[in-house]
Design a protein around this ligand. Structure first.
Ligand SMILES: Cc1cc2nc3c(=O)[nH]c(=O)nc-3n(C[C@H](O)[C@H](O)[C@H](O)COP(=O)(O)OP(=O)(O)OC[C@H]3O[C@@H](n4cnc5c(N)ncnc54)[C@H](O)[C@@H]3O)c2cc1C
Length: 313
């Protein structure tokens, strides 16, 4: 394929390499593929929302299975003919002479003029035995994603100090039937305790033994002292971390909360390197990740266009 006015290049050479095939990477690939750029999309198929059965808050797609979004997205990209898929993990990336080289876990290598990382983040789950079995079905981390489905229902919040308090405050718009479980000393300030008390929200500091329920549906929280607290849902507020070390190894600057710092059109401090999606750690929603992918793609395409035009002079 030789589109966009580019001279013939070496094997496995692309205008753009995208690492990460979630909403951010797929959206970027769509814009770039439709802009007649050759794109390599590398994905290890470990999306953040692996446990979720339905995607919410994405206009026209509300309730869609997230895997269906990826399937349909890839189908549309494949039809363009400008996008190549490598379904494997990228284990290393380097910038060399204004180009990028990547290596896959299976040993394949490729190079490109621009690199877009859309590798996402990973959630830390509450360290409660069995929590993973309920994750994405009745244990959640995002009120905007799943608050509507849990509105008015008996819900527990898992988190200590400011994390627990802010999650209670966030969820209060969806349900007031809340109990804050801190699984040990709460770490709450006196002022925060007073506010919770004023709203009738109990704080349970007892260590948690396990979650009880069936088929992913939470029924109760069992404490180590033998007490049981009936609850339909649990929302937690714990840190999430970068899924891939590529941004760090390529020299990207990070914000205080561990997101990659971005400038105009999601460009990083490394020339030619862009990022998009949850790894920016701004708004953690799929529709925003997709929009960031689109913004990055515009930035990349404009940069390529300028370079090509200058070469042709
Ligand atoms: C349980 C749950 C439910 C959610 N529900 C909603 C919801 O209802 N609505 C909503 O808007 N958001 C929801 N989210 C958030 C949503 O998952 C994210 O906003 C979205 O997935 C971010 O897209 P992304 O493209 O940035 O990252 P991801 O979707 O995480 O995609 C990143 C991709 O990059 C790949 N990757 C990472 N490193 C490499 C590497 N080195 N080489 C190759 N590939 C790599 C991964 O395998 C993955 O496929 C939910 C999250 C969770 C955990």
């Amino acid at each position: 394929m030789n589109l966009g006015g580019e001279p013939m290049r070496k094997q496995n050479f692309f205008d753009v390499i995208i690492v990460g095939g979630g909403p951010a990477g797929l959206s970027a690939a769509l814009v770039l593929g439709r802009a007649c750029r050759t794109v390599l999309l590398c994905d290890s198929n470990q999306p953040r929302n692996w446990a979720s059965k339905s995607l919410h808050g994405f206009i026209a797609l509300d309730g869609l299975n997230p895997r269906e979004l990826v399937r349909k997205g890839r189908e549309q990209l494949a039809a363009l003919g400008t996008v190549t898929f490598w379904d494997d993990e990228v284990v290393s990336g380097h910038r060399w002479q204004n180009e990028f080289e990547i290596m896959m876990k299976d040993g394949r290598t490729a190079s490109g003029r621009k690199l877009l990382l859309a590798t996402g983040v990973t959630d830390e789950l509450p360290p409660i035995p069995g929590a993973v079995d309920f994750f994405g079905r009745s244990v959640f981390q995002c009120p905007y994603c799943d608050g509507w489905e849990t509105r008015g229902k008996p819900t527990a919040i898992y988190g200590r100090g400011a994390r627990g308090f802010t999650m209670v405050r966030a969820l209060f718009g969806w349900t007031q039937d809340l109990v804050l479980c801190t699984d040990g000393p709460s770490g709450l300030l006196m002022r925060q305790k007073k506010i919770l008390d004023g709203h009738g929200i109990a704080v349970r500091e007892e260590p948690i033994e396990c979650l009880e329920g069936q088929d992913g549906k939470l029924q109760a929280i069992r404490f180590r002292n033998g007490d049981s607290l009936p609850r339909d849902f649990l929302f937690f507020n714990l840190p999430c971390t970068q899924k891939s070390g590529l941004a760090e190894s390529l020299g990207c600057e990070f914000t205080d909360n561990g997101g990659v710092k971005t400038g105009h059109y999601e460009a990083t401090n490394i020339p030619g390197l862009y990022v998009a999606g949850n790894m920016i750690k701004d708004v953690h929603l799929a529709v925003v990740a997709a929009a960031e992918g689109t913004r990055a793609a515009l930035g990349i395409n404009k940069a390529l266009g300028k370079e090509n035009f200058a070469l042709a002079e």
